[in-house]
Design a protein around this ligand. Structure first.
Ligand code: ADP
Ligand code: MG
Length: 310
């Protein structure tokens, strides 16, 4: 295992930021740590990277306990903190050389050039960090985190605050890096996880509410419920729709238009068509909206988290 967290709890004074959080991440996985602001993502990442200790529980990285063997653990970890603190009055090369020296790397100059090349900083590398766009600053941060060739990369909100082009570039860079390394990245954006990660660990209010391969996230909700929008050619008695098996709620959304929520994964469109026929109506439009990852995220981080918290 690259990262193992075992019942990690973190209290800040009386405030509980993490509550018995457990997960493990295998070598080579790219895992999205997904949750709304304040969920506990950065706290967990600071514990993994040996910046703060857990109140209870344990974490190991590449087999090294982050408390007992923090020097060995740190060697395995590259970390891009949230807000990417950089020495902005340093030049890119100067800064990366400075970091390389902290790690006492041999061939520091060569390694700095390799990193500049790897993260695509070439044309900007002669500049002061303060002169760089946010996207290029993130590249410096990623180069900094990888300079000692760690096995595990912890990236805290690596794409926040980037414009769409920068975002796509940084995502591509992370996808490339993910082919070689174990990566855990935090984000509050669902599409990010879909675009980059093999797996999502969803956290809300300090509790893990889901841990699943990205491809299986849509199966997570208990019912697989979905939404149908239908427009009939004429008036219909709403009770006849409500009475269909699998309908949980209906809302009028326009003239002869209804939005129907189901509590089943069974496709009820045929039932709706049969109903229309039996009433002598035609169906003008009928669309089925699958539950999106966002909806699942919302559901998992509101209902389930609040029912299990406290
Ligand atoms: P996220 O990164 O998911 O937004 P954080 O881990 O930063 O969440 O924060 C989790 C909770 O812990 C939040 O409620 C936050 O206010 C609180 N918190 C974080 N750092 C501290 C701190 N140093 N002192 C007190 N409370 C903190
Ligand atoms: Mg954070």
């Amino acid at each position: 295992m690259s990262i193992t967290a075992n019942e990690v709890t973190k209290l800040y004074g009386h405030q509980r930021a993490l509550h018995e959080v457990s997960f493990s991440i295998s070598k080579g996985e790219v895992v999205g740590f997904l949750g709304p602001n304040g969920a506990g993502k950065s706290t967990m990442m600071k514990i993994i990277t040996c910046y703060i200790p857990p109140t209870s529980g344990s974490v190991s990285v590449c087999g090294f306990d982050v408390r007992e063997q923090s020097i060995d653990a740190r060697k395995c970890i590259g970390y891009l903190p949230e807000h990417n603190p950089l020495y902005t009055d340093m030049y890119v090369r100067e800064y990366l050389t400075f970091v390389a020296k902290i790690y006492k790397l041999k061939n520091a100059a060569k390694r700095v050039e390799e990193m500049i090349d790897m993260v695509g900083l070439g044309v900007e590398a002669h500049k002061k960090i303060e002169a760089l766009s946010k996207g290029y600053r993130q590249r410096v941060g990623i180069a900094q985190s990888m300079i000692h060739d760690p096995k595990v990369l912890i990236l805290d909100e690596p794409t926040s605050g980037l414009d769409p082009n920068q975002l796509a570039e940084i995502r591509d860079l992370i996808i490339r890096i993910g082919k070689e390394k174990t990566v855990m990245l935090s984000t509050h954006i669902m599409q990010e996880v879909e675009a980059i990660c093999d797996r999502a660990i969803i956290i809300s209010k300090g509790l893990i509410v889901a841990d699943s391969p990205t491809s299986e996230l849509s199966h997570l909700t208990a019912t697989g419920s979905y939404e149908i929008t239908v427009e009939f050619s004429d008036h219909i008695n709403p009770a006849t729709i409500q009475n269909l098996i699998g309908v949980s709620s209906i809302v009028a959304t326009g003239k002869n238009c209804w939005t129907i929520k189901t509590n089943t994964s069974r496709d009820i469109r045929k039932d709706i068509a049969d109903l229309a026929t039996s009433q002598g109506l035609s169906i003008l439009t009928l669309t089925k909206k699958e539950q999106k990852l966002e909806d699942i995220f919302k559901e998992l981080t509101t209902s389930r988290a609040s029912s299990t918290a406290e």
